[in-house]
Design a protein around this ligand. Structure first.
Ligand SMILES: O=C(O)CCC(=O)C(=O)O
Length: 285
């Protein structure tokens, strides 16, 4: 019998790396124009904030919510990335929020953490992530200037780090205890050096961290949070993402909303929003 090759489900290499390891890189997805526009917005945002910087968020660095910078709509809705996700079977992504994170010279390590907020949604225990990050670095990164580190496979497998506390509380962000074990090295960790113009796409359930910035220049990333296959999430999860998105970005000008229209969450049911839960239950083994 002759088999129709086109009918055989093909899991692309990218999708396989995302499923097995928890991340993959897309090269050259932000052209010079998009990168310059994004850098201009990010640099203005940082310049306006830096004089008032305190010890807050010492570990990640300066953190600015992108909802105040609608000029970032171009990178948030980047159609090149949406097309690549669609080809991998991850279409219908909804955008939650984005954050500018700028590590100053001598900025310390970012601690190990995972960012999944919907561990009550059955999808969180499946091979398709309910939440992914898109990280665009504004300049090339390496171990010297604070590149990303990842623990491949931890999106699907329980790790000792799951018992070590919640991500993004003021205590850990402000580095009140520099001896917290989440600042240590862990077996199997990998550096993810990046080139500006590329994007690293990762599973929010995977543990990740960064090196310290030992260079004399800022190292800035924009992290964008997407929820692929939005329509397949639990109604309460969809309801939460929809509400969060509209509260944060509802005031954006029409031109900015037009650039992200493909990823605007649309939920018109009446199920109340989920309560966020950052911790997996016994279904994660
Ligand atoms: O600063 C970085 O490179 C990583 C940021 C990060 O871990 C996050 O946005 O969750």
């Amino acid at each position: 019998m002759i088999t129709d090759a086109a009918a055989i489900p093909v899991v692309s290499a990218r999708r396989k790396q995302l499923q097995d390891e928890g991340y993959f890189i897309l090269k050259g997805v932000a052209n010079d124009e998009l990168l310059s526009r994004t850098r201009a917005s990010v640099n203005n945002a940082i310049a306006a904030q830096v004089p008032s910087q305190s010890k807050k968020n010492r570990s990640p660095g300066l953190m600015l919510a992108a909802e105040h910078y609608p000029e970032l709509s171009g990178i948030i809705g980047n159609p090149v990335v949406l097309q690549a996700l669609g080809q991998m079977g991850l279409s219908g992504s909804a955008f939650w929020k984005a954050v500018i994170i700028s590590k100053p010279p001598a900025g310390p390590r970012l601690y190990w953490h995972q960012d999944c907020l919907m561990w009550d949604d059955p999808r969180s225990y499946s091979h398709i992530s309910p939440m992914i990050f898109l990280m665009y670095y504004m300049k090339d990164t390496s171990g010297e200037n604070g590149c990303l580190r990842v623990l491949p496979g931890t999106h699907r497998k329980r790790h000792i780090l799951h018992q070590m506390g919640e991500a993004h509380t003021p205590e850990i962000n402000d580095m009140e205890n520099p001896d917290d074990p989440r600042f240590l090295n862990f077996a199997g960790e990998k550096d993810v050096p990046m080139c500006a113009g590329d994007v690293v796409i990762g599973d929010a359930r995977m543990f990740h961290a960064t090196h310290e910035n030992r260079s004399n220049e800022r190292r800035t990333v924009i992290t964008i949070w997407y929820h692929p296959l939005f329509d397949g999430l639990q109604p309460s999860t969809q309801s939460w993402i929809h509400k969060q998105f509209h509260e944060r970005h509802g005031h954006w000008p029409e031109s900015a909303l037009a650039e992200i229209s493909a990823v605007i969450p649309r939920y018109d049911g009446d199920v109340p929003p989920m309560k966020y839960n950052r911790f997996p239950d016994e279904r994660l083994t």
